[in-house]
Design a protein around this ligand. Structure first.
Ligand code: LLP
Length: 428
């Protein structure tokens, strides 16, 4: 579900025409988010899993704007963080520290101390070495923290090789066999109460079976650990739930829950979920303006002012993002976000940015209505891992971010200036 729809040949976000918003001074490239979609996606996930009364820790890395975090905190979300910076954002946004989980294979001592100061809920531990270090810091500080051991269940989520995390050969978590040894060695420590198991198998995972397999393995492990006298009270099943990039390929929260909830019912475990993409991806678009049309051999390029420095997913993962004009006129308006089979003449184009890299493209080989200089294009499903992965490559100031709610909108991140680009260099 999302609230980006075409009405009378124009794209709307909730009740606002995108073109009008952009022309009112926001400019391009700009990320536009729908507040109602964010809330709806969060609450669909929460209600699908409600029977388990889980903590839903929004994965900040996917869309980190503090206004978005606040919006989700207001819905009752906890937060999944992976750095001191993300923890800082979560706390600034008013997140309940006891509902914060902190994962990441390389936490620095500074970050660990900050998380202890904040009294976060759980450290998600990725290796024995990290656990040893956390024990060292916590015992020196004469404090007790809670931790969950991230277990690598060795299942194949069949996603992109860069976003697969639950296979044995990735850098995340410890193997199941090793997990038991880790508990034997560290599981009775007083400074770090190792009381949970954490899973995250990859992203996006458009199937339920890999979760089922991973959770079954984790439950077997928990049973064995409990038999050995360890008190395990938490299972964090991670994120990775899908989003719609092309044609409704994402499973609903309900579909995941239908298979997952029965496994976890009555297990005496606090359940944590860490969704990111399933909440944010379809809640945001990137709007970019056409600078030039260029013909080269038999290819036609639509050169736009948005680039891989704004949205790197196509360049990095060959990711597909649906692209369509913001105001294509009634004959090209889409009823669904899917291609309409009865379109009049379309032209096959590559949509590319101004960055000096051949890999700088947003869409390749797409049949679009005829585009001319000045036309706005919407890059859909860009709410997750869009702005957060932006860079300043080619000294391009980062895009603005705008949040729409009903018939109003507000800028939640101003467009960066040239001064922003050199500020940290000048202030030395
Ligand atoms: N939990 C952990 C431990 C994670 O590593 C991740 C994502 C999540 C939760 C959230 O996963 P989600 O629900 O958003 O799928 N940049 C890539 C995705 C990288 C995912 C990293 N970890 C992309 O653009 O597709």
């Amino acid at each position: 579900m999302d609230l980006f729809t075409y009405r009378n040949g124009e794209l709307y976000c909730e009740n606002l025409p995108v073109r009008q918003m952009v022309d009112s001074g926001i400019g391009t490239p700009t990320y536009i988010y729908s507040a109602t979609t964010f809330r709806e996606h969060y609450s669909r996930m929460a209600s699908a899993f409600a029977e388990l009364d889980p903590i839903i820790c929004y994965s900040i890395k996917c869309c980190q704007n503090i206004h978005i975090i606040r919006l989700l905190v207001d819905q009752g979300a906890g937060m999944d963080v992976v750095s001191g910076g993300e923890l800082y954002r979560a706390l600034k946004a008013g997140a309940d520290p006891s509902k914060i989980v902190y994962a990441g294979a390389g936490k620095t001592d500074k970050e660990i101390n900050e998380a202890i100061d904040a009294k976060i809920g759980w450290f998600n531990i990725e290796s024995e070495a990290e656990l040893g270090n956390l024990i060292h810091i916590a015992s020196q500080r004469q404090t007790t923290v809670r931790a969950a051991l991230r277990v690598n269940p060795d299942v194949d989520p069949k996603t992109h090789r860069h976003t697969t995390t639950g296979k044995k050969e990735t850098k995340f978590g410890v193997d199941i066999e090793r997990a038991r040894r880790t508990f034997e060695e560290y599981g009775r420590n007083k400074s770090v109460r190792l009381c949970g198991i954490h899973l995250h198998i990859g992203s996006p995972v458009n199937a339920v079976q890999p979760y089922v397999e991973a959770i079954e393995k984790a439950l077997d492990l928990i049973l064995a650990l409990r038999r050995d006298g360890f008190e395990i009270d938490t299972l964090d099943i991670g994120g990775g739930y899908g989003a719609d990039y092309s044609a409704g390929e994402a499973l609903s929260g309900k579909a995941y829950a239908q298979m997952i909830v029965p496994l976890l019912r009555g297990q005496g475990l606090k359940i944590i979920l860490e969704p990111g993409r399933s909440i944010a991806a379809n809640a945001g678009i990137l709007v970019t303006r056409t600078l030039f049309i260029k013909r080269s051999g038999d290819r036609q390029f639509v050169i736009v002012d948005g680039a891989m420095s704004d949205l790197i997913r196509p360049a990095l993962y060959d990711a597909y993002h649906f692209v369509w004009p913001v105001a294509p006129g009634p004959q090209y308006a889409l009823t669904e976000r899917l291609r309409d089979l009865n379109m009049p003449e379309t032209v096959r184009v590559d949509v590319v940015g101004p960055v000096c890299e051949t890999g700088d493209f947003l869409a390749k080989d797409r049949d679009l209505p005829p585009i001319k200089r000045g036309d706005l294009l919407a890059v859909f499903s860009a709410g997750a891992y869009g702005f957060t992965m932006a860079s300043h490559y080619n000294s391009r100031p980062n895009a603005a971010e705008v949040l729409v709610e009903g018939s109003t909108f507000r800028t939640i991140r101003r467009r960066e200036t040239y001064d922003d680009l050199i500020a940290a260099e000048e202030q030395v």
